[in-house]
Design a protein around this ligand. Structure first.
Ligand code: 5GP
Length: 174
């Protein structure tokens, strides 16, 4: 049996924070050539919410990545789908759902940096900073959260619960 409790972050808290982040990004990217890259699958809802509130013109792309934890080492990242857009001379903003150890985002960040964007910033909705193992610079953070496994608003357990409109702490019982 699995248990998903009451909202940890409500729909209202989420909407308010997404608007705040979008306002900040709109100001910072005024007059720039913004390419917003969503990191799938987890960021699909956050990405679609935030890009609709960003008021500067932008282009979008996606990549799909996942990390696998291996014994006695940091996770290994697998890229399942890469971006199609050229990043040269673009102001790239990576949009992520949650940063945990930082391994996934660090891998993606370095891959994109190698291709020579004009700038590269990172926006994550959730940050579990207490779990960080690789230092990755975060420019926009929605909420810093404790070390709990959360689901909803795009985040899954076993590819389920992504469609919950709020974020909940997930607990598995026998
Ligand atoms: P990292 O490479 O930073 O350790 O892991 C990042 C990825 O792990 C996220 O993109 C997400 O897919 C997954 N992840 C980390 N913490 C959580 C969590 O609390 N809930 C869910 N659903 N996924 C998580």
């Amino acid at each position: 049996m699995v248990v998903v409790g009451k909202p940890f972050l409500t729909v209202e808290q989420i909407q308010k924070k997404v608007k705040e982040l979008a306002d900040q990004i709109s100001g910072d990217y005024e007059g720039k050539d913004l390419l917003a890259i969503g990191i799938l699958k987890g960021a699909f809802i956050f990405f679609s919410d935030i890009v609709r509130l960003i008021r500067t013109p932008l282009t979008i792309d996606f990549l799909i990545a996942s990390s696998y934890l291996k014994a006695e080492s940091l996770g290994e990242v697998k890229l399942h789908y890469d971006i199609r857009e050229d990043v040269i001379d673009k102001d790239v903003l990576l949009i992520e759902d949650i940063v945990d150890t930082g391994v996934t985002l660090n891998y993606i960040r370095e891959r994109i940096l190698m291709r020579g964007p004009k700038s590269l910033k990172i926006c994550t909705f959730l940050d579990k900073s207490g779990r960080r193992e690789v230092d990755v610079p975060l420019d926009y953070v929605g909420f810093s959260i404790p070390n709990e496994f959360v689901v909803g608003y795009g985040l899954d357990y076993d590819n389920k619960f992504r469609n919950l409109p709020y974020i909940s702490v997930f607990r598995k019982t026998a």
